[in-house]
Ligand binder design. Structure first.
Ligand SMILES: CC(=O)N[C@H]1[C@@H](OP(=O)(O)OP(=O)(O)OC[C@H]2O[C@@H](n3ccc(=O)[nH]c3=O)[C@H](O)[C@@H]2O)O[C@H](CO)[C@@H](O)[C@@H]1O
Ligand SMILES: C=C(OP(=O)(O)O)C(=O)O
Length: 433
């Protein structure tokens, strides 16, 4: 059981660089299954536990995949299995993203049902509806989803009842090798979908409209190897923006793509945070008090649910009462109880959290209940009196590369204590970290 210890009270300043986006690299690595020949090289790959998990899934399937120094090479010439077992899918729901590529390439996929998680029930019905529309036969039993198609998948017109990120990605990956044209209506518009489409197009796919609500995919017969750099992680960047704001600091984020961060920038500016695009990066400065605001999470270009808990930490320090409405996941307020242990005054009414500002946060032992909750507790620790001890680090390690090292380099009084028996290195013999 490792822990992060933060002692509050330091204003953060300096420069920081984000790693590659977790939510872009996972579908991109899944999509590498589609390359029938050659070796693909993917740059800016973050050394995250989720990346090691998808590497495990791909290795299990038979992809020759190596990861060193931020670079992954994949060779998917020989696929040996069309299955993703429960042990791997349970560790990370995004393992389900191999279903589309396997179905497209091999005509079969058997993937463990992902189950719910700490933020909601997270069904995959929209993914399956898309595959069925393209001619797949789906069978669910004994904890697995089995999808099969005779011959090739057929292009189809698919309307998503909800602009699901994962369903959009899985359907795009299934459609690139289908016979004919697929049109996805009410598609998710996240920047990570655009990155996936760029990756696929560089392999020879024909995906148009990614980043809008209508995506058109003309199926091709074959995809080849490619080279691609993953986009910077907008959620990691958003987290450092909040670190600057909450400590009244001054941070330059070297590789922020401002277009990806519009809703986060808008809401921080509404609070009074100063954000400027400079030649060397995005500069974020704040002096307190900041204003209380309301936030509603929505699919992109709305405010990202993955920034909700970090913003809640910030709103605790604002002047006045703020309201956060979480519309994307039905159970993404688990961090509220942990904030309360730090002296926060937050009330939950259904999908809404009412946050009283001017909180005098006090450090104590708290537990990360999910990845972003973990980051939010660390952020709260930066302005709490005394020592905050954050446990549940396996969540944080899924999505932040060296959170402690980066915050320390910005001046935070923070350290991480790992207990040996739980180190991820011991579980990961296949590659070099
Ligand atoms: C690896 C990855 O990219 N993860 C991101 C992805 O997750 P993920 O792709 O799982 O998120 P979705 O956009 O699919 O889910 C959004 C909502 O749609 C519901 N839903 C989804 C699929 C489906 O078939 N049926 C259904 O009802 C979900 O339960 C949830 O309530 O987008 C989320 C929303 O921006 C982010 O929080 C996650 O960080
Ligand atoms: C919810 C998240 O990720 P995942 O979909 O992988 O659980 C996240 O990145 O905040």
């Amino acid at each position: 059981m490792g822990k992060i210890i933060v002692r509050g009270g330091r204003q953060l300043s300096g420069r920081v660089k984000a790693d590659g986006a977790k939510n872009a690299v996972l579908p991109i690595l899944a999509a590498s299954i589609l390359g029938q020949e050659g070796v693909s090289t993917i740059y800016e790959v973050p050394a995250l536990d989720d990346v090691y998990t998808i590497i495990d899934v791909l290795s299990f399937i038979g992809v020759d995949i190596r990861f060193q120094d931020g670079i992954v090479t994949t060779n998917a010439a020989k696929i040996q299995r069309t299955e993703a077992p429960y042990d791997l899918v349970r560790k990370m729901r995004a393992s389900f993203l191999v279903m589309g590529p396997l179905l497209a390439r091999e005509g079969h996929a058997r993937i463990a049902l992902p189950g719910g998680c700490a933020i909601g029930s997270r069904p995959v019905d929209l993914h399956l509806k898309g595959f069925e529309a393209m001619g797949a036969k789906i069978h669910i039993g004994q904890g697995y989803i089995d999808a099969k198609v005779d011959g090739r998948l057929k292009g189809a017109k698919i309307y998503l009842d909800y602009a699901s990120v994962g369903a959009t990605e899985n359907i795009i990956m299934a459609a690139v090798l289908a016979e004919g044209t697929t049109v996805i209506e009410n598609a998710a518009q996240e920047p990570e979908i655009v990155d996936l489409a760029n990756f696929l197009n560089s392999m020879g796919a024909k995906v148009r409209g990614a980043g809008t609500g209508t995506i058109r995919i003309d199926g091709v017969d074959q995809l080849t190897s490619t080279r691609h750099s993953v986009i910077p992680d907008r959620i990691e960047i958003g987290t450092y923006m909040v670190a600057a704001a909450i400590t009244g600091g001054d941070i330059l984020i070297e590789n922020a793509i401002t277009d990806h961060l519009k809703p986060v920038i808008a809401k921080l500016e509404e609070m009074g945070v100063m954000i400027e695009e400079e030649d060397e990066g995005l500069r974020v400065r704040a002096s307190h008090p900041l204003k209380a605001i309301d936030i509603k999470t929505l699919p992109h270009p709305g405010f990202p649910t993955d920034m909700q808990s970090q913003m809640m930490a910030l709103l605790l320090t604002a002047q006045g009462t703020s309201i956060i409405t979480e519309t994307v996941f039905e159970n993404r307020f688990m961090h509220v109880e942990e904030f309360k242990r730090m002296n926060a005054n937050i009330k939950i009414e259904g999908r809404t959290a009412i946050i009283e500002g001017n909180a005098k946060l006090v450090g104590t032992r708290v537990e990360a209940t999910d990845l972003r909750a973990g980051a939010a507790l660390v952020l709260a620790g930066l302005v709490s009196e005394g020592e905050t001890e954050v446990t549940g680090l396996h969540h944080i390690d899924r999505g932040y590369v060296d959170l402690v090292g980066k915050l320390k380099s910005l001046g935070a009084d923070i350290e991480r204590i790992d207990e040996k028996e739980n180190t991820t290195q011991e579980l990961q013999p296949l590659w070099v970290k």
